[in-house]
Design a protein. Structure first.
Length: 397
């Protein structure tokens, strides 16, 4: 057996895994023409956590994180840099990232951050449709290491969530500075968050509701000594939220501590799509997490007081996926909504792939569904959404 890279998600698929169960404490209730770059505030000197560079303010009236389905200026991605992370899988992972970048670039501009000594290779593999910006990076997970954006009366602002390698589980000396460096490069005001986390741990409906897992936020490897209520209050102020729906998640079983973007996603106001295991999957930590999420979502209302419609989306058959090992993230929920399109993973189980593309397409009407094979990427425990981060169009001044 060859080198197995440190994984973002170790999927335990046996009944014996119940003995290792660690649930977080507490109970939670064809491409369109893309818009051009939009002017943004100039970043100043970073200030204290929870404050912004220059004129930005996380508490400003009506400042909020927009839904992913709203128009984007561009998509940010990153070029995987380290053999110590990916080993002999690095060429395949880079090929997946190049293919994904090209797929998204059919809908909107893509900016890919790459180390200066790897930038030419990234340009060759990604082609002229993808802009490569020379910045130091460690890995490809731009959703987590890049900025999360909010918009409001003061324009576009980027939130730096203080990326720490998912609780210091992976090298991140360069990725911890990527949010700041990208915002500086584009002259976008920076807000330093008063909490530590990742973009993959945030799922908003754009109408005041956040979905999140306790395991990836109320965790001493990110926010030691902070209660769920304290973290919730910070996220509400930071992202313009009025309600947080907490799902327990799973701590300590994958590098992300169970990010929400592989488990449950909003698909329009009042609708959530939920990852579900195959019917014959033995009880394990991930089936338990999905079951608990289903209970919470069926009983919950969103910020507007609506009961949620839950659409269950089953994972593919692992036996039909070439090269699917124990670390493989076979979640169709890790898709990406871009301008006029939605980019969906294809794993190799044709029936399940077709069904998922149909369901996701129906949930996002009027968008072209593009399917991308990402099995090397999924083999490292991540997916399409993990590797992309949208910059929303700034409101008119």
């Amino acid at each position: 057996m060859g080198y197995v890279p440190p994984s973002r998600r170790t999927v335990l698929r046996s009944g014996a895994a119940l003995a290792a169960l660690t649930l977080a404490g507490g109970c939670g209730s064809g491409g369109d023409e893309a818009p051009g770059p939009t002017a943004a505030p100039t970043a100043g000197t970073p200030t204290a956590p929870g404050q912004a560079s220059g004129p930005a303010s996380p508490g400003a009236a009506r400042t909020a994180m927009p839904a992913e389905a709203l128009p984007h200026t561009r998509t940010f991605m990153a070029w995987p840099a380290l053999e110590e992370v990916w080993g002999d899988q690095l060429p395949g992972v880079r090929a997946d990232i190049a293919g994904l970048a090209q797929a998204v670039a059919a809908f909107e501009p893509v900016v890919l951050a790459a180390r200066p000594d790897q930038a030419d290779q990234a340009r060759r593999q990604c082609g002229s449709s993808v802009e490569v910006v020379e910045l130091m990076v460690d890995d490809l997970w731009a959703r987590d290491s890049g900025p999360t954006f909010v918009t409001g009366p003061q324009g576009l602002q980027g939130v730096d969530l203080n990326f720490n390698g998912w609780g210091n589980k992976q090298t991140h000396a360069n990725d911890s500075a990527l949010a700041r460096n990208l915002l500086d490069h584009y002259g976008i005001a920076r807000i330093q968050a008063p909490v530590t986390g990742e973009g993959g741990g945030l799922e908003v409906d754009g109408e005041g509701t956040l979905l999140a897992t306790e395991s990836s936020w109320v965790n001493d490897n990110r926010n030691p000594g902070k209660s769920r209520d304290q973290i919730e209050a910070s996220l509400k102020e930071l992202l313009g939220l009025t309600k947080v729906l907490w799902i327990k998640g799973v701590a300590g079983q994958d590098i992300t501590d169970c990010h929400i973007d592989a488990l449950a996603r909003f698909a329009g106001g009042g609708t959530v799509v939920l990852h579900r295991p195959a019917p014959d999957t033995p009880p394990d930590v991930w089936t338990t997490a999905s079951d608990q999420a289903l209970q919470v979502l069926r009983a919950a209302t969103d910020a507007k007081g609506r009961s949620l419609t839950v659409v269950e989306l089953q994972e593919p058959d692992f036996d039909l996926i070439q090269g699917a090992g124990k670390n493989f993230l076979a979640s169709y929920l890790n898709y990406y909504v871009c301008n006029g399109g939605v980019v969906v993973p294809r794993f190799g189980d044709q029936a399940a792939d077709d069904h998922a593309a149909g369901v996701i397409g129906d949930l996002h009407p009027g968008r072209k569904v593009t399917r991308v094979t990402i099995n090397h990427l999924a083999g490292g425990g991540g997916g399409i959404h993990c590797a992309t981060q949208q910059q929303p169009v700034a409101p008119a001044s």
